[in-house]
Design a protein around this ligand. Structure first.
Ligand SMILES: Cc1ncc(COP(=O)(O)O)c(C=O)c1O
Length: 442
């Protein structure tokens, strides 16, 4: 029958320009290489891998019988609990009405990109999915370059210039995306920078999409501040359980909508989108999330402990880069660093490495280091930046992560934690230093 009629036909218009997520594709490739028995040091995937906290695991188990569809925005009790959590942790005055939940913050972000404004403004570099989601819903992106010597903070003058250029060309940039702590740079916006950007957004009547998924993994002295603290009427803050509680696969995300009419309009739009696509967050996960956002001191301590472990592991990688002479801004949250290899352009060109993609491939083939090129985050391809993530090394199996938590509880000394329990992290750092030395001396 197939021969007679040929394969099914559908127009390509829906597929045009779609690219697989760079992070997920790299992850598949590394798994393939592991499957072939090759040693690969996986610095490419940003997944927090610590164990599920026992109280949250117990809540999920106890609610496995919850099988009905729940309200699209989440059960009321959960929305109340999350509002309380944001008040306690971030001093934000949030009413439960403003809280919406979804299957991961990525899905909520997609719904918001669909619902909000004509064009996006993105810092360059930015996390992979913002631009690809904008592309999917047919919205143009205006990139604003940022600089490592300014810790990748958006400059208001640059922002204004990009917006004016867009408007001069009949564009309408209406949505500013911010992300602190940041993926891919690992940096955080200072409270002053957040205030300045929030004030600018208010003056320009922009909506701010503030991706704060790493907020509880901040590990510097400066506290995390949300633009919603300064500009609540024009900010949507996004969060979830994927990073600070290592529950990425449970798919739980949330958005704090603005109070007042903007928030009300957005809630209705999100209700329609959720109702037509995902209906609600999986019922048992909503009940488990109640515990994750409760005031439980055990859960709070666990979040702090995981953040300290991420900090030690990420700083070790950062220190290794600095000692090897690789320019890199010090990380202050999450588990990423974003080094530049631009100063070795000439010796790299001799090895036929001209772009960040070439560089990532060269490191994978020759040093078994899996990294992501800066181009995946919107950087020009010829800028030789890479994103390295500390989160996957030495956490490959359930046994390893469980033992990391156990040994860190007994002895939180950073040097011993790395020396005695992080062979992969140490080896990956050594290989980076070897690579740099090879570039210098060959
Ligand atoms: C900056 C950023 N935002 C959002 C997400 C998605 O998180 P979620 O698991 O809540 O969809 C990620 C995950 O990698 C991320 O790095």
């Amino acid at each position: 029958m197939t021969d007679r009629y040929g394969p099914p036909r559908f127009s390509r218009s829906g597929l045009r320009g779609l690219k697989p997520s760079a992070t997920l594709s790299l992850n598949d490739r590394v798994r393939e290489m592991w499957g072939l028995g090759l040693d690969v040091y996986h610095l490419g995937f940003g997944e927090s891998r610590f164990p599920v906290h026992p109280k949250i695991a117990e809540a999920l188990r106890a609610n496995v019988h919850q099988r009905s569809y729940l309200p699209a925005m989440g059960i009321w009790e959960l929305r109340e609990t999350i509002a309380g959590f944001y008040h306690r942790k971030f001093r934000m005055d949030v009413s439960p009405d403003q809280v919406v939940t979804g299957p991961g913050s990525k899905s909520l972000l997609y719904a918001l990109v669909l619902a909000l404004g004509e064009e996006l403004i993105l810092p360059q570099p930015s996390w992979v999915s913002y631009a690809s989601q904008a592309h999917m819903v047919g919205k143009p992106v205006n990139w604003v370059p940022t600089r490592p010597d300014r810790d990748y903070v958006l400059d208001i003058g640059d922002l204004l210039r990009v917006m004016e250029d867009s408007r001069d060309n009949w564009g309408n940039p209406e949505v500013l995306v911010l992300n602190s702590p940041n993926n891919p740079t690992g940096t955080m916006l200072s409270p002053d920078a957040v205030r300045a950007l929030a004030e600018f957004a208010r003056e320009q009547r922009l909506m701010v999409l503030s991706d704060e998924i790493y907020a509880l993994t901040a590990h510097c002295q400066v506290p995390h501040v949300s633009p919603a603290q300064h500009y609540p009427e024009g900010t949507v803050a996004l969060g979830g359980l994927s990073k600070h509680l290592s529950l990425g696969g449970w798919r739980f995300g949330l958005a704090i909508l603005p109070p007042g009419p903007a928030g009300e309009a957005l809630r209705q739009a999100l209700g329609c989108i959720a109702g037509s696509i995902w209906s609600c967050v999986a019922a048992p996960v909503q009940y488990a999330a109640l515990v994750a956002y409760s005031d439980d001191p055990d859960v709070d301590n666990y979040i702090d402990q995981c953040t300290r472990m991420h900090s030690i592991r990420t700083h070790y990688l950062y220190q290794g880069l600095v000692e090897a002479g690789v320019p890199c801004v010090e990380p202050s949250g999450g588990f990423y660093v974003f080094p530049s290899f631009d100063r070795w352009k000439d010796p790299l060109a001799e090895r036929d490495v001209h772009t960040a993609d070439d560089l990532a491939m060269y490191l994978l083939e020759n040093y078994q280091l899996a990294t992501l090129p800066g181009s995946a985050f919107g950087c020009p391809p010829e800028e030789l930046c890479l994103r390295l993530s500390s989160s996957y090394l030495d956490t490959e199996s359930e046994e390893k992560v469980a033992s990391l938590v156990e040994v860190f509880t007994q002895d939180p000394d950073p040097a011993r934690f790395i020396e005695n329990h992080h062979p992969q992290t140490r080896e990956a750092t050594t290989r980076i230093a070897e690579f740099v030395a090879d570039l210098r001396y060959e």
